[in-house]
Design a protein around this ligand. Structure first.
Ligand code: GLC
Length: 529
């Protein structure tokens, strides 16, 4: 179980209102107590922060906002002493427009080797005023921006599948592969345990960059679905090479390294290709995260994953929350029942379901506190480039990135150790007081205790280790499955109680369950006697 640390919102040690690496180090004992196996750190590299660090200007350093390399080494050392693995977030699809190679490309003429590291192309139509093709960016608007040539004239266009400040690398140029090998070795040599790979189905584009039949698909779905821009066969060679580099380090020091990819592809079968034995160890299977609160939808996603991914000998990697998605508590709540706690009850049940599935599980900071999405942030504090690029229509990713509450009754809730006046970079609502970690730890009915207990059992019970699952017959609205010979997990998606599939007291339940009963919006685990 890996815990995603969104560094700028975890814990601020300097009082500037932005979380940092020293804050992460200070929070490690908290994570140890929760029972995590490892952490994935969101990007902390030097960056102008147009997409909170997913626009990397220097892949081998730390942005002064977050600390420096010495602080990074201290963090890795402290994590190692606690037995917590450290994964970095590597961003190979694109860099920042302030990366020295992109600046060099802007200063160089069309056709130069400096431009060949990116996708520069002439425009179409009179005066080349139209982009080279009709692709849309994931963040809205065209995927191309036009540059001014060094002589001051309007010039070529460059491709950016995300924001204009994130030019895509041209992976058909061998120099890029070589540069990323250097970057991998830089961090592996500093003792890290692996990488979460951003946009791992990206990297290669169709060599001719032709028009797409459905140009707005990417912007509409925010999934990489344009078959000309994503999921090209050549990308698998990169993952094979990266895997062999990891293995080289493992042979050297005996420590396993892990590659986990952010893979959004249309089907579980295509997904399985990314986790073949010589490619990535893990890839997030986002279908569970996108499934509505509905037993048939959940069952379909889990069955497909078990058949098409686990069935080919790889592991499924489950995730319900991350820094790009509306938090489960809010996602599963229905507007009509707001305030009833239904979203929270369902999010707790979903957590027990996920922790009972075969495979790896990732949780996103604040998920263990049951934090809801902050839905009423004022427009002027929103920083997600999607908001800007969609003409202020899509308020998507700021509400799950609000800094964590640690203690106390008022913002900054212990998030920042600075002056009382230091403001967290996104405002925390007053109700965050209820979710602060000190309260959560003190209340055995909290989300935190459910996650902690679930993780302890998951680590201790062999039934919850490797292996598969077997669906059990269950009443309508209930999903039940068995792990090993005798561990049963059941989830009641409805709101009315149903008979429990196993008599006796559950090992763990996401809400109160009298013996023999599975309450509404509740999941439980039992050992069958
Ligand atoms: C991934 C990240 C997201 C980022 C995008 C571009 O989807 O999770 O936060 O904006 O890549 O790097």
């Amino acid at each position: 179980m890996i815990y995603q640390v969104y560094v700028r919102s975890f814990l601020d040690s300097t009082g500037d209102g932005i979380g940092d690496l020293a804050g992460v180090r200070a929070g490690l004992p908290y994570l140890k107590k929760l029972g995590v196996d490892g952490i994935w750190l969101s990007p902390f590299y030097p960056s102008p922060q147009h997409d909170h660090g997913y626009d990397v200007a220097d892949y081998c350093d730390v942005d002064p906002l977050f600390g420096d390399l010495d602080e990074f080494d201290l963090l890795v050392g402290a994590a190692r002493r606690l037995g917590i693995k450290v994964l970095l977030d590597i961003v190979p699809n694109h860099c920042s427009s302030e990366h020295p190679w992109f600046r060099e490309a802007l200063a160089a003429p069309p056709g130069s080797p400096a431009r060949a590291r990116f996708h520069f192309a002439d425009g179409r139509g009179p005066d080349d005023a139209e982009p080279p093709n009709n692709w849309h960016s994931m963040f809205g608007g065209p995927a191309w921006s036009r540059v001014t040539e060094p002589d001051g004239r309007p010039g070529q266009w460059y491709l950016h599948m995300f924001a204009p400040e994130q030019p895509d690398w041209n992976w058909r140029n061998p120099e890029i592969a070589a540069e990323f090998e250097r970057i991998l070795r830089f961090w592996l040599g500093r003792g890290i345990d692996g990488f979460r790979i951003d946009v791992a189905a990206g990297l290669f584009k169709h060599p001719e960059l032709p028009d797409s039949d459905d140009p707005e698909a990417d912007a509409r779905t925010r999934d990489s679905v344009n078959p000309l821009a994503w999921n090209q066969p050549e990308v698998h060679d990169v993952w094979r090479r990266w895997r062999s580099i990891c293995e080289e380090y493992t042979e050297r020091d005996g420590c396993e390294r892990l590659l986990v990819g952010e893979v959004s592809v249309p089907t579980a079968r295509e997904h399985a290709q990314y986790v073949r034995p010589d490619e990535l160890h893990q890839a997030f299977f986002f279908d569970l995260l996108s499934a509505p609160w509905d037993p048939d939808a959940f069952q379909k996603v889990i069955s497909e994953a078990m058949q098409d991914i686990a069935g080919t000998g790889s592991t499924v990697t489950w995730v319900l929350n991350n820094h790009d998605q509306v938090r489960t508590v809010t996602r599963y709540g229905e507007p009509a029942t707001e305030g009833s706690g239904l979203g929270a009850a369902r999010a707790r049940a979903a957590a027990l379901l996920m922790l009972a599935l075969p495979g790896a599980a990732y949780i996103y900071q604040g998920e263990e506190l049951g934090l809801p999405e902050v839905v009423d942030l004022p427009d002027d504090v929103l920083t997600d480039p999607i908001f800007r690029r969609t003409g202020s229509r899509a308020r998507i990713r700021d509400g799950c990135r609000v800094p964590l509450p640690w203690s106390g009754q008022a913002s900054p809730f212990g998030f920042t150790s600075g002056e009382e006046s230091a403001k967290p970079w996104l405002p925390q609502p007053e109700y965050f007081a209820e979710y602060a970690t000190d309260r959560a730890l003190a209340d055995t009915r909290s989300f935190w205790h459910l996650y902690r207990d679930g993780l302890q059992l998951r680590a201790a019970l062999p039934q919850l280790g490797e292996g598969t699952l077997r669906w059990l017959d269950s009443p309508p609205g209930v999903l039940a499955f068995e792990r090993g010979d005798d561990l049963v997990c059941a989830v009641n998606f409805g709101t009315a109680p149903t008979p429990a599939p196993v008599s006796g007291t559950p090992l763990l339940a996401s809400g109160p369950c009298p013996p023999g009963v599975l309450s509404g919006s509740t999941a439980a685990w039992w050992i069958r006697s």
